[in-house]
Design a protein around this ligand. Structure first.
Ligand SMILES: [Zn+2]
Ligand SMILES: [Zn+2]
Length: 314
């Protein structure tokens, strides 16, 4: 009899991919190759890098830390601007994004999680789930923002911001502006964002014993402007700040902090002192354990005659 593990069930579902969504997604990748015909200008590269950073910030400060988790407050006007910047990354509506992300936190790495690399493998959690019956927005999960008609409108016409941005890029820098400034930047922003769903539940260090497999990964944190401190985030998701300590670089938070100084955003939430102390204690205990293990190995090596004993001090 065939086994019916959650993985096997989900792998069968993968065949349900919606081609009307897969094809435009694939074409956005292929169109980047047109750069070999159009050539690339320095203006196009500047747009590519600038828009990658701006939209990455929109994804993390907007979609994630504001709409999905409500970790800080802002005005109705800036809330719309946040949704607009985030949506210019072509990751669908802010309400769509946040509603799906709330599902991830509710069921992380358990049956029903929309993108768990632990259950469904790397590629499914990276992007397969996007095309697997996930096109609609469950407004019951996002009632707090669904009361704003302008956000519901933007969520419905989610392609308005990226299309406008594409037009601006071509007006500013011609075909290279569209191909490299817009499309290459968009594709890079997609895959860097998706790494949080795929790699940040597999590769990296687990400080906190959360019920999921979330990890802290410094490389993903640099690339995503702070989202790589994903184990911290799963442990205490209502904090605006995801890099809990000074050495955990969190650019999104720094920018939000600066915006709070001029009154554009406010009530940024910090990790509480008890959570920070708990994290420090765990780090110290792990460091001590590693040191003890090294000492043990050295002692074993001396016993086995592989190393000369080191003269003791004092
Ligand atoms: Zn989250
Ligand atoms: Zn996660």
């Amino acid at each position: 009899m065939a086994s019916h593990s959650p993985v096997a069930e989900r792998r069968k579902k993968q065949l349900n991919l919606s081609m009307s969504e897969v094809i435009p997604f694939a074409l956005c990748h292929v169109i980047v190759l047109a750069a070999f015909y159009t050539g690339v200008t320095w203006q196009a590269w500047a747009l590519c890098v600038g828009l990658l950073v701006l939209r990455m910030w929109g994804v993390t400060a907007g979609y994630h830390r504001y709409f999905a988790h409500r970790t800080y407050k802002t005005s109705r006007v800036f809330q719309f601007i946040l949704a607009f910047i985030a949506q210019s990354s072509a990751q669908k509506g802010a309400l769509w994004w946040a509603a799906h992300h709330r599902n991830h936190h509710k069921l992380s790495d358990q049956e029903g999680d929309l993108h768990s690399p632990v259950l469904d493998g790397f590629w499914y959690s990276h992007m397969g789930w996007l095309f697997d019956d996930t096109a609609g927005t469950d407004y019951s999960r996002i009632q707090d923002f669904a009361k704003y008609p302008e956000l519901v409108w933007l969520n419905k016409y989610f392609l308005v911001p990226p299309v406008l941005l594409g037009v601006v890029c071509s007006l500013v820098a011609g075909w290279p502006g569209l191909i490299v400034g817009f499309f290459l930047s968009t594709v890079l922003c997609w895959h860097i964002t998706f790494l949080v769903n795929s790699l940040a539940h597999v590769a990296g260090k687990r400080r906190f014993e959360t019920t999921d497999q979330s990890r802290n990964n410094w490389l993903i944190a640099i690339l995503t402007l702070g989202e790589g401190w994903h184990n911290n985030h799963h442990h205490y998701q209502s904090s605006t700040r995801q890099g809990f300590y000074w050495w955990e670089v969190d650019v999104t938070y720094y920018v939000l902090k600066a915006l709070s100084w001029v009154g554009i955003v406010w009530d940024l939430r910090e990790p509480p002192a008890r959570v920070l102390a708990e994290g420090r204690a765990i780090d110290a205990a792990k460091k001590a354990a590693r040191k003890a293990a090294r000492r043990g190995e050295a002692a074993d090596a001396v016993d086995a005659g592989e190393l000369e004993p080191v003269a003791s001090i004092g």
